[in-house]
Design a protein around this ligand. Structure first.
Ligand SMILES: *[C@@H]1O[C@H](CO)[C@@H](O)[C@H](O)[C@H]1NC(C)=O
Ligand SMILES: *[C@@H]1O[C@H](CO)[C@@H](O)[C@H](O)[C@H]1NC(C)=O
Ligand SMILES: *[C@@H]1O[C@H](CO)[C@@H](O)[C@H](O)[C@H]1NC(C)=O
Ligand SMILES: *[C@@H]1O[C@H](CO)[C@@H](O)[C@H](O)[C@H]1NC(C)=O
Length: 361
């Protein structure tokens, strides 16, 4: 699945169009990109480009403090933002369920009655540098009249919402978000030029099992190829997969996630499926990186896999629905969501990482 979120802040409308992987594999990727049926043609964003000369806009008056902090960490060229730990942070989230109206019901954990709030008071601390907090004003200034393309899995949508929450008091920005991901794990028959080329999870269908890897590779490859071949210089973030945290079961057979704090490094291992997805993502990213450096594009990895792995406490769990235990029945069986993320929540830090990557590149 490829999902487009076209977010036009002026109207504050989110258009969410879903295409199937079959379409992608049938070579429609290109047409999707130039489709005019989307209210705001993504191609237009590409035309505008993003930071085409690789220059930063002049700092804002209010950007003084932030700019200084950033200089510090970006001077440290060797700092890997994605190696680190979650450390306690009393500041708490940028926004609440009162100040942000783009939180969807199933991720509004506070409103749905999640009793603990500890999960809100952590910040990501890269081992070798500080990660400055997201600065909405500066971010908007940098992206004014510019576009950003995101490529990642379906959780991207939550990321966009987190960003919207943080930016909600500002205006004037445009985004293109491209997402795929966990959907590829579902049963599927893959077509290429209208011919069946294989399937995933289709026992008894007399079709060659090619695994989700096949489709995932192809889909990411199509998108990245399109971007790297485009004449328009786009600044692209490629976000890696984020693991789920179902324990003692899966989403459909009683798995749950009721931890209230992060793991430390070494306390949790990645599951094979996430390793596999991430490997494909890194493969395709590296391929895109090689091409993009030849043609002068910037493609950056937003490598959220590991830091998300450490946050079993950041999912809605049973609080994906409103007051699941209303009426006093604490033992009611409630399906858990241990894949998507609470807002506010850990994924707010993805914006810090994005901002820092933008500023230091
Ligand atoms: C930035 O901070 C320095 C002191 O750290 C101050 O002298 C300067 O006036 C500030 N600039 C702006 C634009 O606020
Ligand atoms: C926000 O969360 C609080 C619990 O912290 C809840 O009482 C309130 O109803 C929520 N408000 C909205 C607008 O969701
Ligand atoms: C399975 O597909 C092959 C090749 O298309 C065909 O020769 C064979 O008869 C099919 N078997 C069944 C049970 O449909
Ligand atoms: C989490 O849920 C399981 C199963 O319902 C329960 O046994 C366990 O005590 C819970 N843990 C916490 C920290 O609430």
């Amino acid at each position: 699945m490829v999902s487009y979120h076209v977010v036009n802040k002026k109207q504050f409308s989110v258009i969410f169009v879903k295409f199937s992987v079959c379409f992608l594999l049938m070579g429609l990727a290109y047409r999707i990109f130039s489709s005019t049926s989307i209210q705001f043609s993504p191609l237009e964003f590409f035309h505008k480009g993003f930071l085409p000369e690789n220059t930063l806009p002049p700092a804002l008056e209010s950007g003084n403090l932030t700019a200084k902090v950033m200089d510090q960490s970006s001077r440290n060229g060797k700092c890997d933002l994605y190696i680190g730990d979650w450390v306690p942070d009393t500041t708490g989230p940028f926004y609440t369920n009162h100040t942000c109206y783009s939180i969807e019901a199933h991720q509004n954990c506070m409103r749905n009655g999640r009793p603990d709030t500890g999960y809100l008071y952590w910040r990501w601390k890269p081992r070798d540098c500080e990660l400055p907090k997201f600065n909405p004003k500066r971010f908007l200034d940098m992206t004014r009249h510019k576009s950003l393309a995101f490529i990642g899995d379906s959780i991207m949508r939550k990321h966009v919402q987190s960003l919207l929450c943080i930016l909600s008091q500002f205006d004037n920005f445009d985004f293109v978000v491209i997402a795929g991901g966990k959907w590829y794990l579902k049963t599927a028959v893959y077509y290429e030029n209208s011919k069946i080329v294989g399937c995933h999870n289709c026992k008894g269908k007399n079709i060659t099992e090619v695994g989700f890897e096949y489709a995932y590779h192809k889909a990411l490859n199509s998108i990245l190829k399109h971007i790297t071949r485009s004449k328009h210089k786009t600044f692209t973030f490629f976000r890696t997969t984020t693991p789920d945290h179902f324990e003692n079961g899966e989403w459909n057979n009683g798995g749950y996630c009721n931890r209230t704090g992060p793991f430390k490094k070494g306390e949790i291992d990645m599951r094979d499926i996430n390793e596999a997805m991430r490997k494909i993502e890194l493969d395709e990213f590296e391929r895109a990186l090689r091409i993009s450096s030849e043609v002068g594009l910037t493609v950056k990895l937003l490598d959220t896999t590991f830091l998300s792995l450490l946050r079993p406490d950041g999912h809605p769990g049973v609080y994906r629905q409103y007051q699941p235990f209303a009426g006093g029945n604490r033992h009611r069986k409630v399906q858990n969501d241990c894949l998507h993320w609470c807002l506010p929540g850990p994924i707010d830090s993805w914006n810090d990482l994005m901002m820092e990557t933008l500023v230091s590149s």
